[in-house]
Design a protein around this ligand. Structure first.
Ligand code: GDP
Ligand code: MN
Length: 389
């Protein structure tokens, strides 16, 4: 789960990482009230889960209530890289002397945590990595050994932070590691970490990704879930208990099981197509579930063909087929559907589908056949040499 900046700062504060005082606002009036509480001057910041808000006009300095109202009005509703701003964070402005970068993340390849520190903050770290990789100090951390003050000190020195910022940065790095480790995050990033004109170091931005696998031991994370960040289709899917992820392509995918849904995306790609989504209907494939899944996919105008890929396990093939047929009676589907049904009682299921087959409902015996057919119907060029089974 990705946190918004204001949530990330709340999480940071729990581990004693200094952040400016501020408040959340969903309207111009609330922004003015939050500014008064934080103390002028303030910074009005768009809360969207995408970087580069500053450049996009989503971060503005305000010296009085009039300026807060002006900026809050302009930022609320602003579209930043496809994310519409619905919430603001208004905090006491910082008089910045210098901007740095600090993060911890998981390096799966190295089976270790990776710490990164740089004196070049405030710009995207990818840009620094491309232009001047030596400006980023990196250190792998053995998860069993933990992160020591000594390691923090050497990172801060290697990252090129000046003497004035070192003690503050070393303290914050140690707290940031605890936030990452005990806080069960996959990523914690401060960009920029700033040295203020009066010599303090604090976090001006917060990017936190929590590890969903640890949610069971963090009941307090429920407060972070914000359905508003989901798009309309994701919300519809979630309300129906389906796992849906929207993608950019034209082939809608329905599969039972996350593994099969992922494989289906891969096979569609392999034969030259592009998945419009990932939709896992879970173990059951009854009419209700299937109708819900088709309804979600049908609401996506990008979808030019639908590929239903079901492997019957406990759910038998004829039940799946019955579910599909009943669902089609309930939902008026715009795109042609290609079905691959396999597993327990697959032949009985296919027999049922044969009775209702048409140009708009095609059954194919294998995943690869079905993928090719769906991709062809969607109007993209099938690849010549797919090798999926
Ligand atoms: P991002 O663009 O989405 O990463 O948003 P940030 O929160 O990192 O803000 C972008 C930039 O705005 C920072 O790098 C700062 O240069 C500037 N900025 C943000 N808050 C303040 C502030 O309180 N005072 C000043 N002077 N600049 C700020
Ligand atoms: Mn930033």
């Amino acid at each position: 789960m990705d946190l918004f900046e204001y949530q990330g700062k709340q999480y940071f504060a729990r581990f004693g990482i200094p952040v400016p005082a501020g408040g959340v606002a969903d309207s111009v009036e609330e922004a003015v009230a939050a500014a008064g509480a934080a103390g002028y001057p303030v910074v009005v910041k768009a809360q969207v889960q995408v970087g580069g808000r500053g450049k996009a006009g989503g971060v503005k300095l305000a010296r009085d209530a009039g300026e807060v109202a002006l900026h809050a009005g302009a930022i609320l509703g602003l579209d930043i890289k496809g994310h519409v701003v619905r919430r603001l964070w208004v905090e006491h402005a910082t008089d910045i002397a210098e901007e740095y970068y600090a993060s911890f993340t998981l390096d799966r390849g190295a089976r270790a945590h990776l710490a990164m520190v740089s004196s070049r903050g405030g710009v995207e770290i990818e840009t620094v990595a491309a232009e001047d990789p030596s400006a980023i100090a990196r250190l792998h951390i053995d998860p069993a050994a933990g992160f020591s003050e000594q390691q923090a000190t050497s990172l801060v020195e290697q990252g090129g932070l000046p003497e004035a910022a070192r003690a503050g940065a070393v303290d914050i790095l140690q707290r940031l590691f605890r936030c990452y480790d005990e806080g069960d995050a996959d990523l914690v990033e401060i960009n920029p970490l700033v040295l203020t004109a009066d010599g303090r170091v604090h976090a001006l931005d917060a990017k936190v990704t929590l590890d969903d696998n640890a949610a069971f031991r963090h009941p307090e994370w429920d407060g972070f879930r914000d359905i508003d960040e989901l798009d309309e289709r994701e919300r519809l899917a979630r309300s129906k208990g389906l796992q849906y992820v929207g993608l950019d392509g034209v082939v809608g995918i329905i599969a039972n099981g996350a593994g099969l849904a992922m494989s289906t995306c891969d096979v569609v790609n392999q034969v030259g197509g592009s998945p419009a989504n990932f939709l896992d209907i879970g173990g059951g494939a009854n009419a209700e579930v299937m109708a819900n899944a088709l309804e979600v996919i049908n609401s996506d105008p990008k979808v030019k063909a639908i590929f239903i890929n079901i492997f019957g396990g406990i759910t038998r093939g004829e039940e799946v087929a019955k579910g599909i047929v009943t669902a089609l009676e309930r939902v008026d589907i715009a795109a042609p559907i290609v079905i691959r049904l396999d597993g327990t009682n697959a032949e009985e299921g296919r027999e049922m589908l044969r009775g209702v087959e048409s140009d708009a409902l095609i059954s194919r015996p294998t995943m690869l056949d079905a993928a090719r057919t769906a991709v062809a119907l969607a109007g993209t060029s099938p690849a010549t040499g797919g090798s999926a089974r």
